[in-house]
Ligand binder design. Structure first.
Ligand SMILES: NC(=O)c1ccc[n+]([C@@H]2O[C@H](COP(=O)([O-])OP(=O)(O)OC[C@H]3O[C@@H](n4cnc5c(N)ncnc54)[C@H](O)[C@@H]3O)[C@@H](O)[C@H]2O)c1
Length: 353
């Protein structure tokens, strides 16, 4: 049995759905359902007796302690976070609350529980902390990709809060012996991503014929990974990763933002030959750059490939085509996350949060 935090968010939901599909473990999902969390992401598990959704905060130690006692998970997989860089620039406070203090409270609850287990259960237990490449800062055009020993140099409040949480997890392993692992992953894309992030935002705007706002000169580089590949890597780290280690995960797919948007436009041109918005690339506009915008991220995935035999399955083009198809085939999901309907539904079911 696994306790998954943030399992109603983008990557968490993909992870929970994939894990349940292969019957990897019984899962309790703990999620506070912020604007980024969406129970509709887990709708396919509504009748799955091996999945339980719990509405709550990772900072609620009593609740986490109770879930640990009642369900006796063998692993805690920690996705819950505030995750959007732009939001962290405009309002960093929730990032510190959840990413730093929330992770701290979660670790404390887990430590207390773990210390009460039998010796063999303690050895078997895992705390898997999901983090980002952004903790490493920004690369110059010719720098080698980030590896696990690259010094941390977070540049945004989001990256700083994730770096702090990574350090806390490391310290709980070093100090208390908690069997923890950290993964740092590059930019994900795929089904269920909230349309504030680049790829779904551009897909949905292009379909409506709206302008496609690209920051600055559009030449910021990110290393893109299809979310299912990330989830597969996490499964392998959980099963075979060495405790106390960090694993970098990435797509080996470095693309400028402009390349990403052009590729998307080309896919849409092909899918909709009669669209009045064709060629979609003419919708591209340039907007004022994000404050402190990191220029380039890239991940060296040598360690996870060598130790665990993991490599991404999807190419950027195949992953992107799947993603576009998913957004086209799920208009009800798109509609619900963009309208007030989802918030109203939540209010009805759970009261305000
Ligand atoms: N999206 C990416 O490209 C990417 C890349 C690398 C790492 N990550 C990391 O992966 C994790 C998941 O990212 P994502 O893109 O799925 O994020 P997301 O914003 O889509 O989902 C976050 C989830 O956490 C929940 N949550 C937030 N605060 C909470 C709290 N206090 N208690 C309980 N639940 C809470 C939200 O309701 C939401 O369901 C994050 O830790 C993020 O830093 C993301």
């Amino acid at each position: 049995m696994w306790l998954v935090t943030g399992g109603a968010g983008f990557i968490g939901a993909n992870f929970v759905l994939a894990a349940r599909a292969r019957n990897a473990a019984r899962i309790v999902t703990l999620d506070r359902l912020t604007y980024a969390g969406n129970l509709k992401n887990l709708e396919a598990l509504a009748d799955d007796p091996q999945h339980l959704f719990v509405l709550g905060d990772i900072a609620d130690r009593d609740l986490v302690g109770r879930l640990l006692r009642e369900h006796q998970p063998r692993a805690v997989v920690h996705f819950a976070a505030e995750s959007h860089v732009d939001r962290s620039i405009h309002g960093p406070h929730p990032f510190m609350e959840t990413n730093v203090m929330g992770t701290f409270h979660l670790l404390e609850a887990v430590r207390q529980h773990w210390q009460g287990l039998s010796a063999s259960e303690r050895v078997e237990f895992r705390f898997l902390h999901i983090s980002t490449d952004e903790v490493y800062g920004s690369l110059g055009p010719k720098d080698p990709p980030f590896c696990e020993t690259t010094p941390y140099a977070p540049n945004s409040p989001y990256a700083a809060s994730k770096a702090a949480s990574d350090h806390l997890v490391r310290a709980y392993h070093h100090t208390y012996g908690l069997p923890a692992l950290v993964t740092n992953c590059s930019n994900n894309y795929g089904p269920f991503q909230f349309p504030e992030k680049l790829i779904p935002l551009m897909i949905l705007k292009a379909l409506k014929g709206e302008s496609l706002p690209v920051y600055g000169d559009g030449l910021n580089v990110r290393d893109w990974l299809y979310v299912a590949d990330h989830c597969e890597a996490l499964g392998q780290v959980l099963a075979q990763g060495r405790v106390g280690q960090t694993y970098n995960i990435g797509g080996s797919n470095e693309k400028t933002n402009l390349e990403v948007v052009h590729t998307l436009c080309a896919i849409l041109d092909e899918l909709f030959p009669d669209s009045p918005h064709r060629p979609h690339a003419r919708l591209i506009t340039y907007v004022k750059d994000r404050l402190g915008h990191d220029r380039r991220y890239a991940m060296n995935i040598e360690k996870i490939s060598r130790e665990l035999g993991w490599r991404p399955r999807e190419s950027f083009e195949s992953g992107l085509a799947k993603t576009v198809r998913w957004y086209l085939e799920n208009p009800a999901w798109v509609e619900s996350v963009q309208s007030g309907e989802y918030r109203e539904w939540l209010e009805l079911h759970y009261g305000s949060n």
